[in-house]
Write a protein that binds this ligand. Sequence first.
Ligand code: ADP
Ligand code: MG
Length: 720
Amino acid sequence: MMMWTGFAMQSLIQPTDEQESHMRSNVPEIFGSMVFNDAIMRDKLPRDVYRSLKKTIEDGRDLDISIANVVAIAMKDWAIEKGATHYTHWFQPLTGITAEKHDSFISPQSDGRVIMEFSGKELIKGEPDASSFPSGGLRATFEARGYTAWDPTSYAFVKDGVLCIPTAFCAYGGEALDKKTPLLRSMETLNEQALRILRLFGNSSVKRVTATVGPEQEYFLVDRDVYNKRRDLIYCGRTLFGTLPPKGQEMDDHYFGAILRRVQSYMEDLNDELWKLGILSKTEHNEVAPAQHEMAPIYDTANIAIDHNQITMEIMKNVAKRHNMICLLHEKPFAGVNGSGKHNNWSMITDEGTNLLEPGKSPHENAQFLLFLSAIIKAIDEYQDLMRVSIASAGNDHRLGASEAPPAIMSIFLGDELNEILECIEKGTSYKNQGAGKMEIGVHVLPSFPKDTTDRNRTSPFAFTGNKFEFRSCGSSMSVSGPNTILNTIVADELKQFADELEKADDFTEALNELIKRTIKEHKRIIFNGDGYSEDWKKEAKQRGLLNLPTTVDAMPTVLDKKNIDLFARHRIYTEAEVRSRYEIQLDVYSKTINIEAQTMVEMTRRQILPAVNEYVIKLARSMDLKLRIDPLLKSGMEKDLLKKLSGLEDKAYAQVNELDRLLSKAPSYDSDKLACASYYKDKVIPAMEKLRSFCDEMEANTAADLWPFPTYGDLLFSV
Ligand code: ADP
Ligand code: MG
C-alpha cells in the first residue's frame, strides 16, 4: 500500500490527568523512546555491524549492503515493537516542509498470510515520484525520476505508527531536489577547511569539525473556533485585515509573563511528544506579543538540529489541534504586532568537544579563535547578498526592516569588548586590561566575554553571543537548512583562503598576525554595534557600501551573480543548474503566496466586509428615518455623520477591490519570467492590497461590533 501524506494526524485521544502526571515524572524514560538511537543500535545490533555503522556515521564511509540488511531487520523489529506498521523515507523537498510516502512492511506469502519485511535495499534507497515536487526547471533538463538516500547521520524514529528514515532526495542525474543534500555537502566542506586550520595550529588529533545549530522557534497560539471564522488565516496563515485592539504589547506584560494554564498544558504535551522523539526541547516562555511563545532546544549538529526543527514545527501544529488551538508559524500573522522568527544559533565543534567559537584561556587558543572569527567577519561581509537570500520569503519580508526584527541590511554585532579588542589589533595599540604594549595575537590572553543575555543587541541580524553566533533574521516558518548551508559554505570558503595563505607562510605567527589585521581592516564595515532599527543606520550602512535588499524580489537576483555561482561550484554545494532551480522556485513561491493573499482579500471584501458594512449603513438610515418621523426637528447627527463616512468608505473599498481584481487578472503567468512575475506582485499587487486594507480597517473601526463578519484582532490575540 502506498499513500502520499502531508502531515499525519496525531491521535486525538487526550491522556487522563493520571497518565499525564505519570508521563511527566518519567522524562529520562520517555526521552528518545521513539528513536532508533545510538543506545538502541548498540543494544540491538551485532557488535561488528554496530561498529561498521558507527564508522559510516562518524567518518562518512559507505555502508555495505550486507550490513544494511542487518540494520534494516533490527530497525524493523524495533519499530514494530513501537507500534509501527509502515516505514517511510522522510525527506525535505524544496517546498520547505517535509514529505513522507508510507510503505507497509507487509509482504504476502504463498499461503495467503503476510509477514513483516524490510530489507537493507529498502533502507538505503527509495524511489518516490519526483515529478510532484518543485524542481525549478531541473525536471525539464534532467529526468523526472528521483531517489531518496538514507542519511545515517540522523537517527530514524517512529511517528504515528510509521518508521521514519531521514533521507536526502536527489534526481537520477545526482542533482539535489531537497534541502538536506546541500546542507550535508556544506557541512562536509566546512569540516575539510576547518581541519586544515586546526592542523596549522598544531592540532593533529581532531578528526572532525561539525557545524552546530540551536534554532529558537517562535509561534502564536489562537483558539481553533475563533481561527475557523477567519478565511485569511485558513488560506494564508496570516490576517489580511484587522485593526489593533486597545491593549496590545505596549505594557510588556506578556514577555516572560506567567504562562496561562491552557498554554502550559499545551507546552507540557508538546514537550512529551518532542522528548519521545529525542528532541531536546529545553526552554519555553511567552514572547513579546500577546499569544506569542517560544521554544528553544538544546543545540545539536546542524543536520540533526534541522531535522528536529522540521519535526518540531509539525508537532507544534498537531498538538495545538488536540488542545483546540491553532499554532501559527507565519512570520507575520498580525500587522502591528511583533512577528515570529527563528533565531539560528550557530557554531562549530570538534569531535573532541571543543567549541571553536569559544574564546580560549591561552594566547594560543585565542589566536585560533580570532582566526575563525576573522573568517566569519569576512564571510558575512563578502556574502551579505547570500545571507539575505537565504532568509527571503514573502512572509519574512513583513518582518525584516519593520522595527521589530533585524533589518534587511546584514551586519555583525560583536559587543563592545570584542570590538575594542579587534580595534586594538588592527591599530596595533594596547588593550585596557592587558597593561602596556600592543595587542598581539598569539601573545595575549583574551578576557572571557560575558554571555550576552540582554536585549541590547536584539536589533542585530547576526550577533556574537559569547561562544556562538545568532542569525536572527530567519523566518519562523522556514526550514533553516538554507541559511545554515550558506553559513557553512561561506565560512568554509574563507577558511580555505586562509589555509591556502598560511600553509605557504615561512613564519606562521607573523603571517597569522598580518592576516587577521588585514581582514579586520578590510571587512570591519560589516561590524555594527548600534541600533539596527534606526534610520541613521540605514544612511550609515549606505555610506559604508553595505547592501540593503528590502524585499525578496530585490534580493533574489544576486544569487545568480558570478561570484556566488562560482562559490557554490568551488565547494560542490550547488551546480549552476541547481542554483537556478532554487532561484526560480523561491520566486515562484513568492508570486503564488501574494496571489493567494490578494484573492483572499477580494473574496473577504466582497462577500463579508462590504455586505456587513452595508447592513450597518441601512440600520443607520432606518434609525435616521425613524427619528425624523417621531420629530422632524430631531437632528440625527450621529447617524448622518457615520452614514456619510461609511458610505464613502464603502465606495472606496468597492472601487479598490475591483482594481485589485483587475490587477490580478492582468498578472503575468507563473510560467513566464519568474523575476518579472514576482516584481509585478511586489510593485503592483502589494500596494493595491495595502490600500484596500486601509479602507476596510477604517470601516471595521466604525462598524457595530456585532455586525462585523469575523473575529477581530482583539478576539484572536486574547482568544486563548
Ligand atoms: P539564551 O540565548 O536564551 O541566553 P543560550 O545562549 O544558552 O540561551 O542558548 C540559546 C540557544 O543557542 C539554545 O538553543 C542553545 O542550545 C543554542 N546554543 C548554545 N550553544 C550553542 C552552540 N555552541 N552552537 C549552536 N547553538 C548553541
Ligand atoms: Mg536567543
